[in-house]
Design a protein around this ligand. Sequence first.
Ligand SMILES: [Zn+2]
Length: 299
Amino acid sequence: MSSVERVHKYLTKDLTVRAAAVVATRVVEEMQATQNSFPISTVAVGRSMVASLLMASHLKNKQELSVFIQGSGPLSQVFAEASFEGKVRGVSSHPHLEMPIEHEKILVAPAIGIGLLTITHHLPIGGAPHRGTVELATSEIGDDIAYYLQQSHQIGSVVSLGVHVNTFGKVEAAGGILIELMPGHTEETVNAIEARVKKAKPISTRILEGATAEDLIKDYLGDFELIEMDHNYPIEYSCRCTAERVKRSVGLLGLEELDSTISKAEELEVSCEFCGRRYVLTVDDLKEVRAEVYKQSLN
Ligand SMILES: [Zn+2]
């Protein structure tokens, strides 16, 4: 298996179906190791990372896309974002949530509960982001993305996402496929894809067996003549956190908490929740944050 993972994109020769597939084991593994996340968060965040990589591969240079799930369940929020160029990151509100495992299956839906899925498409600097929100359909993430594409873009699709963690919580397989029906597709095309979907093994099983992105595509679109589109960006776990962003998040502690830290004249060490990078805020930094929070409290 090649060590460079990237999103592979295809079109059927008649241009009525487009597809993207990725094996993303390494980047999901890196997220898990960085956050030391437990299986339920690893699987939910991993699926969201795969979905955002697949959807972002259809954007343009320097554009990004995020998947944000707000649910009533104990996992609460799941967030992932990816760029056209294959940079991806993700996190949930509760990386260390523990849930009962039934028949060795990690059940994402009960952890997420009912709620909303928001997809945001960020344009390069200057453009206002496009945002679409739908209710969660099944809370398994793949079906929810398909429901979003239908509701917001009138695109019929197959979205299959898979993350497998072993009994030690380590990621052994992660990846997915996104198939979208474009204008002009025929009934035969839909039937052929549906027949393949019925027969397909779970994505994570296929990746554990050693399947590549090309193999996943063949599982679903083996009946079609395909053209591969150029998309040569290795995927990478990447965080764009900065000291400024961290300061903003520290402001959320509120005036009382900030005053108490400042009065102890202690530095505050904060880690980025996505990548674990550590930032040290001096007392002067904290005073600056406090002044900003105070100013906003007057508005
Ligand atoms: Zn970071």
